[in-house]
Design a protein around this ligand. Structure first.
Ligand code: GLN
Length: 248
């Protein structure tokens, strides 16, 4: 099966090598006999309403975010249609912030967002940096942990009733106070967890691939992989997050 990833702003939003997440998706798809085509979608490109299975957007510095924010906000309508038609989405850090209503950056400039996620983000005086561990339940009854690294000035406040991606076990999360991390709306996921998110959390990569296969009318069952190194990477990051202590 050929699956298609729409990589938003690879030339602007790729801090901490966020594009490594795409390499994980491609390799895990290939190991199960599926091909992954990656289509870059940058400033001025139209978002295909049909044909993309997974959208991905990485993080960036305030400066890069400001350069793409108006273009990204204008793509909101097309992205919504694609998601309504069954596409999944993973947004990391700066990309996650721009999926809310706005991001007021460290210069006080309000960067427009897409308003897809019910949240808004305002930069604080200090950065929230370090290993982070979450507990998530993307499928009812299937509790999983996500281990990663966060580095953001933005404090993201979810509207009442908005669904977080997970609960913070250790680390700051959305705002250092609420105990929530990220946001989820259907198959769209946003998180502050950076760079090596999928290598340390292969279950999430497989969840995205399974949704993509479903979208194509295929069975979402993926053959299990050994994942010894991945498990070890997860454990190291989880341990570091625990050592860092409880929330905020
Ligand atoms: N510029 C944003 C912040 O600091 C996002 C940073 C990032 O993507 N690392 O909050």
């Amino acid at each position: 099966m050929k699956l298609v990833v729409g990589h938003l702003y690879p030339d602007y939003l790729n801090i901490y090598a966020d594009r490594g997440n795409i390499a994980v998706l491609a390799r895990r798809a290939a190991w199960r006999g599926h091909e992954l085509e990656v289509r870059p979608l940058s400033v001025g490109d139209e978002i295909p309403r049909e044909g993309v299975d997974i959208f991905y957007v990485g993080g960036g510095q305030d400066r890069e975010q400001a350069l793409v924010a108006p273009d990204f906000a204008a793509k909101g309508g097309a992205l919504r249609v694609a998601l309504d038609r069954g596409a999944a989405l993973l947004a990391v850090c700066g990309g996650y912030q721009l999926l809310g209503r706005f991001y007021r950056d460290t210069n006080g400039v309000e960067q427009p967002g897409l308003g897809l996620f019910a949240h808004e983000t305002v930069a604080g005086e200090t950065r929230m940096i370090g290993d982070v561990l979450l507990e998530c339940e993307l499928e009812p009854g299937e509790r999983r942990t996500l281990a990663g690294f966060e580095n953001h000035a933005g404090r993201t406040r979810l509207d009442p009733g908005a669904t977080p991606l997970g609960r913070v076990v250790a680390g700051f999360g959305n705002d250092g106070e609420s105990g929530y991390e990220g946001c989820r709306l259907g198959l769209a996921l946003g998180t502050y967890l950076h760079g090596p998110l999928l290598p340390r959390n292969p279950w999430l990569a497989d969840w995205l691939l399974a949704r993509a296969l479903e979208r194509r009318g295929e069975s979402p069952d993926l053959a299990p992989l050994p994942d010894d190194l991945e498990r070890e990477a997860h454990e190291v990051a989880a341990r570091r997050a625990h050592e860092r202590g409880g929330r905020a």
